[in-house]
Design a protein around this ligand. Structure first.
Ligand SMILES: N[C@@H](CCC(=O)N[C@@H](CS)C(=O)NCC(=O)O)C(=O)O
Length: 242
């Protein structure tokens, strides 16, 4: 029964169907943190646009494609796409505990997360069609990403991936460590949890799921505060498959 529940539209992994991608993780972490009742509807990449069009959602500009995950259906039956308006809607639906969406730290962490992802794009994207996606999504992902990045993912991995990419990302992880050391406590706002934590932990979880524990250990070996933040958010990472 979905009547009073939020529906979260998320991307499935093969094998055990679970959340793996950073953008839906932001929304899922916020739902888990707030304790909002929800269920998950899994959507393969080629099904996103037709499904969301059928909801009457307008195409968005300035994103990788006009229709993207995450999206939600709120209990009043409204569909919302994009993690930013979704976070605002969840805050309205259940104001406490707050996501502190107006704190300036969020903009800094959004920027840092985007930069880190771009530095590691040739490292984290190629394993996705290989290790994560169902067959239904593999050709779509390969083709769309080859267009965006100008070469097939296997080529991107060879020419721009590996250690040079990690070296380029290292100062960005250091910046996150610096942000976390500003205020005592595990979170970006010290003892106070906020959406900025979910944006950054979404990235770390994404790397952990695409690259594995060794690369996670490399990051928290560089910046132990990132590991402390991750552990402090672990209880909201636990629900990943429904
Ligand atoms: N800024 C958007 C980004 C969403 C996004 O790019 N989602 C990806 C998956 S992580 C997607 O759905 N891509 C659709 C596609 O490639 O067709 C948000 O935060 O919601």
């Amino acid at each position: 029964m979905t009547d009073n529940k939020v529906i979260l539209y998320d991307l499935p992994s093969k094998g055990r169907r679970a959340c793996w991608s950073l953008n839906p993780w932001k929304t899922r972490l916020a739902l888990n943190f707030k304790g909002i009742p929800y269920e998950t509807q899994w959507v393969e990449y080629p099904e996103i646009a037709p499904l969301f069009k059928s909801f009457g959602l307008a195409p968005q500009e300035g994103e990788i494609t006009p229709y993207t995950i995450p999206a939600v259906r709120t209990p009043d039956g409204k569909h919302i796409m994009n993690s930013v308006p979704i976070a605002q809607a969840l805050e309205t639906l259940k104001p406490e505990p707050s996501l502190h969406l107006n704190d300036p730290v969020l903009e800094r962490i959004n920027g840092l997360t985007g930069e880190t992802l771009m530095a590691l794009v040739a490292v984290v994207l190629p394993p996705i069609p290989r290790d994560i996606l169902n067959d239904a999504s593999v050709p779509y992902f390969e083709e769309t990403r080859a267009k965006v990045f100008g070469s097939p993912l296997a080529e991107l991995e060879k020419t721009k991936g590996g250690e040079p990419a990690w070296e380029a990302a290292r100062p960005l992880f250091a910046k996150a460590g610096e942000e976390l050391r500003k205020v005592p406590g595990p979170f970006f706002l010290g003892e106070t949890v906020s959406y900025a934590d979910f944006v950054y932990v979404g990235l770390i979880e994404f790397i952990r799921r695409t690259k594995g524990i060794e690369d996670y250990n490399r990051i928290v070996g560089w910046e132990k505060e990132i590991g402390v933040l991750y552990d402090a958010c672990a209880k909201w990472l636990a629900r990943d498959d429904h």
